[in-house]
Design a protein around this ligand. Sequence first.
Ligand code: XMP
Length: 513
Amino acid sequence: MNNQKVLILDFGGQYNQLIARRVRACHVYCEVRPWTMTLEEIRAYDPVGIIFTGGPNSVYAEHSPHPDPGVYTLGVPILGICYGCQLLAQELGGCVTAAQENSAREYGKTVTFFDAGCALFRGLPEESITWMSHGDFMAKVPEGFRLVARSEVCPTVGICDEDRKFYGVQFHPEVNHTEYGSRMLRNFLYEVCGAAGDWTMADFKQTAVDGVREKVGNGRILLALSGGVDSSVAAALLAEAVGKRLTCVFVDHGLMRKNEGDEVEAAFSRWDLNFIRVDAEERFLTHLAGVTEPEQKRKIIGEEFIRVFEAEAKKIGRVDFLAQGTIYPDVIESGAGEAAVIKSHHNVGGLPDYVDFREIIEPLRMLFKDEVRELGRELGLPEYLVTRQPFPGPGLGIRVIGELTKKKLDMVREADWIFRDEIAKAGLQDRMSQYFAALSNMRSVGVMGDGRSYDYAVVLRSVQTGDFMTADWSRIPYEVLDRVSVRIVNEVPGVNRVLYDITSKPPATVEME
Ligand code: XMP
């Protein structure tokens, strides 16, 4: 890769991925690497700037993480954030101590005062809100540094040594609560590191396409296409690179949302690749007949998926590369090197055990989700595919409570489509992280026309969340819920009640299975 690179040295902070996303949003390429990187490795990476992240430790504690001290002699600008700032202070001759109760210890939004003469804060107001989360305090600033930010309780919030281009801030510029945080990071990249802003999706696309061509040569690639964003974008990229030498196997298990299978197929008709759509609905439904326990459903669906894929792969014969849509958060979360590969195997449910291939290829492993979407657009995938909300691998199979039947699947498919349609009409789709319909196995009495009904209840679910680990239910306006409810009972035979799930996660989960 010829792009300029920033190195983010990871000291265990919670927001490290966010730092990387903010940097890349400034069109500067960066990677998060462990703090244990050696000086030789850092030199070989050849960064134009280095960012030390925050972390849970105290710099003065025994066994706290410290980078190779040679990093300060490279002549490369450094920005230390929180723990990273304290590292700079302590290692370059200052002193860091535990803050006394109610003195310089700060958590949350804090009014902060800046010296706009410092390159980091150039062009920004001299007073704004920052997000703090630190219990330690820079008691003595190292020689060569000056103080460039303070708060009401803490006199040492920001430091800089402009000669050596070392900058440190106690607050977190990467989080949204810091009013001008992105601008500060941008200043560091452009004013201090002299970044050229050469990281664009069009460039990445070309580099990635060239990289795949070089790696694959005349070889053949096999990809399991689920219809989700990641595998679709991976498929589009590989199709662009090798065309006919790519085979995509799209297992349609009959548990997709309305029109989804056709949409996926249509999206790939623009490339001259081998696209195999396996209609396996009957096979899946036969294996799932009579099964009510959600974990068992998941196991059966996962197992059958592999069996179907394996059967197709066998027909194709030996392939050189098995492609996967692993993305950067999976790589970071599972650590560097070997661990990343182990996790990506899990992502496809153990496929490598069954398929005869030489190597794994993961063309998206350096991209964040929003970058994957941008690449998808760059490759010409339709908007409905690249903005698709998360959808579980087992699909509607886990959104029908109790036994699965074709009729019930059709009911939930139609109700889900109406819900999505009304949310789109109300312009709310970007305000919710995930929203869908599930079918309960509760039947109850209703009155329709002059007659009695004894039908199923559809449950609507919509959540707001950043990481899907915790989630709050969405406050959808009553008028929108009303329209959805009226349409579902009118348009979906077999449904006479619509319920809205107002439980957060925890204690519930996002899916209702
Ligand atoms: P839960 O229900 O665990 O869901 O709160 C959190 C997020 O994960 C998605 N999810 C899945 N995604 N395969 C996937 O790729 C799965 O088996 C699966 N199960 C849940 C869910 O849709 C939500 O976004």
